[in-house]
Design a protein around this ligand. Structure first.
Ligand SMILES: Cc1ncc(COP(=O)(O)O)c(C=O)c1O
Length: 404
């Protein structure tokens, strides 16, 4: 097929996406990421950011970043195993290990890079991965890259997982992997039960706490702290770009496991390391999580999220079992959810519609994310505007969901 023919095929595929309501485009945010933003030039309530604690524009993080640029420059110049291992990477890894209560930690350039690096390092042909059906795409991609057998168990269904673990006998390794907080559903994995199963069946357990880190648990250690399961997890993966307000990701585990990942995880080995100023921002972010200010932000976030979930449920929205700051609103079809999102934007509220392939067909939803920095009055106003828009569109009610 020549280039011209290929371009025609791409063009047709884009047209097909548009026809199905699945076409995506980026919207321009001006200035800092806050609870209100300038979107395409208009003052807008931001209801789809993972900047849960508002740290992305915190003065202490900005200051750390600026100082790091002045002292260390802008780039690391190489991968960690070449010459890109700088003081701030080392310091941050020690801080993350202490934060998670593990022997060691290693940084990755993003959550996506972490999952597509860690999983193929741990398992390969002849091994089996047990992965929750609603795990993030980066876990699925990591599993596919690994060439291990991928067994996807029904969402959070521990009985089904137990059955699969007892049926899938292998001489190879077994890896159980789950989101801590499910990114599109806002519910939490049954971590205590997963720990019990991993012990019973001799599997490794990896938890991706992208959305729990800094946010959940009494001291912000994440979903594992909330579930009392910190010690039972073999690989704690988390990100620095959501609750912690910066960018990047980590694995925290035993010294030997981290040593193994450093030697085997290809996304770590073959990629230029994080710019020092990026690593620098995570250090005051971890300090803040441990400070009274961090505790107050977590409390405010939980309060805001609780109020918002209650208001939506009272308005007969289906919030899909969310118990966290991620609050989905079930809609159904792609075109419906995009029209809903468009109408909210016309009223100054920015919340993205989530469509396939991010979620299964027929289960499109608005994914509302709450921040500690949201004003209660903004959230109350938003719930009322959402109810009015949904009534206009005829898409309200808790019985819309079949079994996707
Ligand atoms: C559960 C989960 N894991 C991993 C990632 C990827 O993290 P990052 O954005 O740092 O690549 C995300 C991002 O949304 C996520 O929700």
């Amino acid at each position: 097929m020549g280039v011209k023919t290929m371009m025609t095929v791409f063009h047709k595929e884009l047209d097909a996406l548009r026809a199905e309501g699945l076409y995506r485009r980026m919207q321009l945010v001006e200035g800092c990421q806050g609870s209100r933003i300038l979107l395409d030039g208009h003052d807008t309530l931001l209801l789809c950011s993972n900047n849960y604690l508002g740290l992305a524009s915190h003065p202490l993080l900005k200051e750390a970043s600026i100082k790091a640029v002045e002292r260390y420059g802008t780039g690391s110049g190489a991968a960690r195993l070449v010459s890109g291992n700088m003081e701030l990477h080392d310091e941050l890894e020690r801080r993350i290990a202490a934060f998670k209560g593990t022997e060691a930690a290693v940084l990755f350039n993003s959550g996506y890079a972490a999952n597509t690096g860690i999983i193929p390092a741990l398992v390969g042909r002849g091994d089996v991965i047990f992965s929750d059906r609603l795990n993030h795409a980066s876990i699925v991609d990591g599993a596919l890259l690994s060439r291990a057998r991928l067994v996807r168990y029904p969402h959070n269904d521990m009985r089904a997982l137990r059955k699969l673990l007892s049926e899938m006998v292998t001489d190879g390794r077994r890896l159980m992997v789950t989101d801590g907080v499910f990114s599109m559903d806002g519910d939490i994995a049954s971590l205590e039960e997963l720990v019990a199963l991993k012990e019973e069946f001799g599997a490794l357990l990896m938890v991706d706490d992208a959305h729990g880190t800094g946010v959940l648990g009494q001291t912000g250690r994440g979903s594992a702290e909330l579930c009392g399961a910190m010690a039972g997890i073999d690989i704690h993966m988390g990100t620095l770009g959501k609750g912690l307000g910066g960018f990047g990701a980590y694995a925290a585990a035993s010294r030997e496991m981290i040593d193994y990942l450093v030697n085997r995880a290809r996304s770590f080995i073959f990629s230029t390391s994080l710019p020092p100023a990026v690593a620098a921002t995570a250090i005051p972010a971890l300090d803040l999580v441990d400070s009274p200010e961090g505790g107050a932000l977590r409390q405010k976030l939980a309060h805001n999220a609780n109020l918002f979930r209650t208001a939506l449920a009272a308005a007969s929205f289906d919030i899909m079992g969310s118990t966290t700051q991620i609050v989905p609103v079930f809609v159904g079809e792609a075109k419906e959810v995009m029209e809903f999102s468009r109408q909210l934007l016309a009223e100054g509220i920015f919340v993205q519609g989530i469509r396939p392939p991010t979620v299964p067909k027929g289960s499109c939803r608005l994914r509302c994310t709450i921040m500690a920095t949201h004003a209660l009055s903004d959230l109350e106003h938003d719930a009322a505007v959402m109810q009015a828009a949904a009534n206009r569109l005829g898409i309200i009610g808790q019985d819309r969901r079949g079994s996707p």
